[in-house]
Design a protein around this ligand. Structure first.
Ligand SMILES: Nc1ncnc2c1ncn2[C@@H]1O[C@H](COP(=O)(O)OP(=O)(O)OP(=O)(O)O)[C@@H](O)[C@H]1O
Ligand SMILES: [Mg+2]
Length: 246
């Protein structure tokens, strides 16, 4: 089967979702990992028809939609999506797909961060820098070791990240970065920035706690998640070794 290229994807999104150059450039420069050839494998895999099995997309995207509607019916805005589950069952790819679709259809400024990037930005070892194109207003983001500075690029302090982006994905959150996520949730609630988290910390109730055990997040963050959060427990075995669900 022919694999999708970035150009195919661009043309497809221009045709089906009216994706203009600002949105396209902001999406491909949102810090999603690029390889040496300039490709973005996660974006390509996530948007290809033949990688995430259809039953996954159908089940989990319907579940997300159902929870989004529930939040809206209560008069709130969906702001947090947690995709939590075991290793290798398409959480990252589904998160990237959701990020890309929402970015394009709602014309948003997106940002992608790994667990370690979030942690580095939080503890100050990394710095987030942003360049806005004067003509198209597309945004390009770089994560650099702190004290590296690019001319014409704006430094965004950790405390202001959600002011500059509409949608932020944290990929593969681990316990060490939970305090950073906590701060980001509080910021995102105030700026109405959408946060997507993929994680092996499962089930999602670990974040908010149960009657028997306290949650990983503070009461303040939990209160916001309960109002505006979508929690999805992704089940299924590791697909990296060609594993199949029965
Ligand atoms: N048809 C396919 N084409 C390409 N890659 C595939 C295909 N099917 C499965 N994979 C592999 O399965 C992996 C599983 O997806 P993904 O990385 O989204 O899992 P995950 O749930 O985020 O895993 P983890 O919990 O380890 O972060 C993909 O990255 C990819 O390498
Ligand atoms: Mg992953």
């Amino acid at each position: 089967m022919k694999t999708l290229t970035l150009n195919d994807l661009k043309r497809f999104l221009e045709k089906t979702a009216d994706c203009d150059s600002r949105i396209w450039n902001s999406l491909v420069n949102c810090n999603l990992p690029k390889n040496r050839k300039g490709d973005i494998p996660l974006l390509i895999k996530a948007m290809s028809k033949n990688v995430i099995p259809q039953e996954y997309t159908r089940t989990y995207f319907n579940e997300i939609k159902r929870q989004e509607e529930e939040i809206r019916e209560k008069g709130f805005k969906p702001l947090f999506l947690i995709l939590s589950g075991d290793i290798g069952n398409y959480k990252t790819l589904m998160g990237v797909k959701y990020l890309a679709i929402k970015t394009v259809t709602e014309k948003l400024y997106p940002l992608f961060l790994t667990n370690d990037e979030l942690l580095g930005l939080y503890n100050g070892s990394l710095e987030l820098q942003q360049f806005t194109d004067d003509i198209t207003y597309a945004v390009e983001t770089k994560i650099t070791p702190s004290r590296t500075h690019y001319e014409f690029w704006e430094r965004i302090p950790f405390t202001a990240i959600t002011k500059f982006y509409d949608i932020i994905m944290i990929d593969d959150l681990e316990e060490d970065a939970v305090p950073a996520l906590e701060k980001l949730i509080l910021q995102a609630y105030d700026t109405e920035t959408f946060i997507i988290v993929t994680t092996n910390i499962a089930p999602p109730s670990k974040f908010i706690g149960t009657e028997d055990s306290p949650g990983l997040l503070s009461e303040k963050a939990i209160s916001r998640l309960l109002e505006c959060g979508i929690a999805v427990h992704v089940v299924g075995t590791d697909k990296r070794r060609g594993g199949r669900d029965e």
